[in-house]
Design a protein around this ligand. Structure first.
Ligand code: NAD
Ligand code: UDP
Length: 314
């Protein structure tokens, strides 16, 4: 298979690229390096089937040769990052998705969108099934991301309905693991690097808000399985193990044996109070469920970040 993958220098994109390369696919990785890491590309260039294009996919894109898939994973994903890049975040999800859909049509390729649990906003239904329409503030700070992804889902669905383009939409819930950017400000990387450096763990608000954390290998397995079935609607992928943010801070402290204290900082505006995927559809459709418990996934991630911190990259 010949695959075009946007966001290849990012956390999820680089894991997915590596999985596809190991399976013998040819992968054209595309990224503008706005939130991605060159170090992630260093892993990928070791594979003969990998080629990299440094391009902003918010602009129209030409590639030579046939394509079997266009996988659209490019987009800032960490709240501090997309809040700093509000217009590029909207554009990569709106214009970027449109240009990549056009490319898929032209090449006769299938299209895969990395969407997000953020489409559910601050959810009033718990856990969140795909049938829930969400509770999103369209003019709040997070709207650049949430509404960007909601528009992208609508556009992908319209290309499927109007042109018959084969599409997939995955709604990804908080995912973590090695090769995340230690500086991107998400909760798992913040807590781990803070704990390893003996700095205070910064809990926003009172830490009673919840998230459900999925280990990256489980997520990638779900994505690959979704590529193999014919289903155009959105599919939740995530780990239903739900933690409060304060519980997560305590767990990271315990696993790292860190003497760091826990400090409380203001809660960002519109921070969702709870989040847990209903994964019944993924279980039924893909025979998929996460295999790596949070404690085990954190252990693996902490082992990776010990090295990153020791090398002075965090
Ligand atoms: P990331 O920031 O590590 O990776 C995103 C990549 O996209 C980066 O390499 C960045 O440079 C690239 N990019 C951004 N704008 C671009 C543009 N205009 N042109 C080309 N490249 C561009 O984030 P991630 O965690 O790997 O997320 C990947 C995808 O998965 C995103 O679409 C994100 O919305 C989605 N997602 C991730 C999570 C998660 O928990 N990690 C959860 C929900 C959804
Ligand atoms: N958070 C926190 N401390 C941090 C970073 C994040 O308490 O140093 C909280 C944040 O307010 C949110 C949760 O952890 O409630 C998850 O944040 P993240 O940015 O990882 O992802 P989100 O699910 O909000 O997109």
């Amino acid at each position: 298979m010949r695959v075009l993958l946007t966001g290849a220098a990012g956390f999820l994109g680089s894991h997915l690229a590596e999985r596809l390369l190991k399976e013998g696919c040819e992968v054209i990785g595309v990224d503008n390096l706005s939130t991605g890491q060159r170090r992630n590309l260093d892993r990928l260039v070791a594979y003969p089937g990998f080629r990299f294009l440094q391009v902003d996919v918010a602009r129209p894109l030409e590639v030579e040769g046939p394509l079997d898939w266009v996988l659209h994973f490019a987009s800032p994903a960490s709240p501090p990052r997309y809040l700093k890049l509000p217009i590029p975040t909207l554009l990569v999800n709106a214009e970027g998705t449109r240009h990549l859909l056009d490319l898929a049509l032209k090449k006769g390729a299938r299209f895969f969108l990395a969407s997000t649990s953020e489409v559910y906003g601050d959810p009033l239904v718990h856990p969140q099934p795909e049938s829930y329409w969400g509770n999103v503030n369209p003019v709040g700070p997070r709207a650049v991301y949430d509404e960007g992804k909601r528009y992208a889902e609508a556009l992908v669905t319209a290309y499927h309905a109007h042109f018959g383009l084969p599409v997939r939409i995955v709604r990804i819930f908080n995912t973590y693991g090695p090769h995340m950017d230690p500086e991107d400000g998400r909760v798992v990387t913040n807590f781990i690097t803070q704990a390893l450096k003996g700095e205070p763990l910064t809990v926003y608000g009172d830490g009673s808000q919840t998230r459900s954390f999925c280990y990256v290998d489980d997520l990638v397995e779900g994505i690959v399985r979704l590529m193999e079935v014919d289903y155009a609607g959105p599919v939740n992928l995530g780990n239903p193990e739900e933690y409060t943010v304060l519980e997560l801070a305590r767990l990271v402290k315990e696993i790292t044996h860190s003497p760091s204290e826990i400090v409380f900082k203001p809660l960002p505006q519109d921070d969702p109070k709870q989040r847990r995927p209903d994964i019944s559809l993924a279980k039924r459709l893909l025979g998929w469920e996460p295999r790596v418990p949070v404690r085990e996934g954190l252990l693996r991630t902490i082992t990776y970040f010990r090295e990153v911190v020791a090398q002075g990259f965090a």
